[in-house]
Design a protein around this ligand. Structure first.
Ligand code: SIN
Length: 491
């Protein structure tokens, strides 16, 4: 796939610091693998604290000029970046599929999805405004300004190698922040390509800096940023344990934090739902990216009266999903990211079956012509809270169905988790819709809708799914602080 890029320059194998492409200081590299075959497809720097500090130096040096530019000036550069992302969408999609494994049509969708945040924040940059407050005493004027927080460290996951970094960097740039970024060790190539296009768009030196690192060296890179008082904000998408570590360790310099952490989303189908729409919504939300998303339903609750009909329609749809490599146009489920991911999915399915669940679709590993890291899309019925998949995020194409009788009972189960990122429910009863939407303890609720993400909406969780929002005007606010000016002696 990488050999067929129309613009091979997009394939970068170095860090980007202060507008220089450079190796890691110790000269070490780490391999990037094709998740389907396990073959090495590229090598990138295995950076350490020295590289992280150089990146922070560059970002800190660039901050005064970038933050003082006019919003329109910043917006024009971000808009050019957006146009370049779209004009290279096929190449970017090939890079995403090569390192992350999702089917090509989904990768193209991810490029457009990520680009939509870039466009949105380019436009929002020009709408940043504060307040003029009615004076509280004669001869006084009071103003509220919004100012860029400073250098931002962005730490991003492997499941959306383009969209996640785009929706962190774009608002940071729009607000006037400069950025140091570390993409996931599994998927650094897309992030490097994106930064290459930002340079082409005319971004000044040091405004974005990116270093790559292995799982072993990532703590050294991140700890350097955590300890650095010049880094004023950390934005992270990933697991709750890592998010808690970042919150603890950033306390020393009291950084601003945006944490988009783990989920355990319930998907509830009430007796009064439109069943076809509910099946459609579950297919879209559960099996996108092979179930490797933080917002994908982890627990499917179906009310007694429609349970069997729903399961029958769902199983038929799931059995028809084609499992195969990203390059096959028919593929709907690509490889999982690595062997550990397949192990976890299989452990959840085996545990559920041992505790009484019944498999009605899938339920096994799949070996395709190009490798062993596949799992058949799966539907389980008779799921119970005693099963590991009720508490832990499976992060794979498994839909466990729990039967329920009453609304109160399902709300209790849905909220019985430390996580609170997304929830979905299907009902045609307008009173129930408002009751349930308000009772669910999550940051996002899909009501008769499975595709909830949008650049225009605030994405983020409550409870141990984190805090901070990405997308919408709230997503820009997270990169600014509020300054109050009080001018006296005017009478
Ligand atoms: C995620 O899995 O964290 C993001 C999913 C999305 O943007 O829809």
């Amino acid at each position: 796939m990488l050999a067929s890029l129309a613009h091979p320059d997009l394939l970068r194998s170095q860090n980007y610091i202060g507008q220089q492409w450079c190796d890691a200081r110790p000269g070490q590299t780490l391999p990037v693998f094709d998740p389907a075959t396990g073959d090495e497809i590229a090598r990138v720097p295995d950076s350490d604290a020295t590289d992280a500090i150089r990146a922070a130096d560059a970002a800190a040096t660039a901050f005064p000029d970038w933050s003082r530019r006019t919003a329109r000036d910043r917006a024009q550069i971000i808009k050019r970046w957006h146009a370049l992302i779209l004009s290279h969408q096929d190449d970017l999609a090939r890079i995403i599929s090569a390192e992350q494994g999702k089917p090509m049509h989904e990768s193209v969708g991810e490029v457009r999805y990520g680009a939509s945040y870039v466009e949105w924040f380019a436009e929002e940059a020009t709408r940043i405004c504060g307040d003029v407050v009615a004076e509280s005493a004669p001869g006084r004027k009071m103003f509220v300004l919004k100012e860029a927080v400073g250098v931002v460290a962005a730490i991003t996951p492997w499941n959306f190698p383009l969209a996640m970094i785009a929706r962190k960097i774009a608002p940071a740039l729009a607000a006037g922040c400069t950025v140091v970024a570390k993409p996931a060790e599994d998927t650094p190539l897309t992030a490097l390509a994106l930064v290459y296009l930002a340079e082409e768009a005319g971004l000044p030196p040091g405004v974005i800096n990116i270093v790559t690192a292995s799982r072993t060296n990532t703590p050294a890179v991140v700890d350097a940023w955590l300890a650095d008082p010049r880094v004023r904000k950390i934005t992270f998408t990933g697991s709750t344990p890592v998010g808690k570590h970042l919150a603890r360790e950033s306390a020393g310099t009291l950084k601003k934090l945006s944490l988009e952490l783990g989920g355990n989303a319930p998907f509830i189908v009430f007796d009064d739902a439109d069943l076809d729409a509910a099946v459609e919504g579950l297919m879209a939300s559960k099996f996108r990216n092979g179930g490797q998303t933080c917002v994908c339903p982890n627990r499917v609750y179906v009310q007694d009266g429609v349970h069997d009909a729903f399961v029958e329609r769902l199983a038929a749809r799931v059995k028809a999903l084609h499992v195969g490599p990203a390059t096959e146009p028919a593929s709907r489920i690509g490889p999982m990211i690595n062997a550990r991911a397949v192990e976890k999915i299989d452990r959840h399915v085996q545990d559920a079956v041992a505790k009484g669940a019944r498999i009605v679709a899938g339920g096994e590993r799949v070996r395709t012509s190009d490798g062993p890291h596949y799992y058949a899309p799966t539907v389980l019925v008779d799921a119970t809270p005693a099963m590991a998949l009720a508490d832990e995020e499976t992060f794979g194409p498994v839909a466990p169905v729990f039967r329920f009788r009453h609304e109160d009972e399902v709300i209790r189960h849905a909220n019985d988790t430390p996580f609170g990122l997304a929830a979905y429910f299907y009902s045609n009863d307008v009173r129930r819709i408002w009751r349930v939407a308000q009772a669910l303890e999550t940051g996002i609720v899909g009501i008769n809708e499975g595709a909830i993400a949008s650049e225009a909406a605030p994405f983020g969780g409550v409870k141990e799914s984190g805090y901070g929002r990405e997308g919408s005007r709230h997503g820009l606010d997270d990169y600014m602080h509020t300054k109050y000016l009080c001018q006296g002696q005017l009478a």
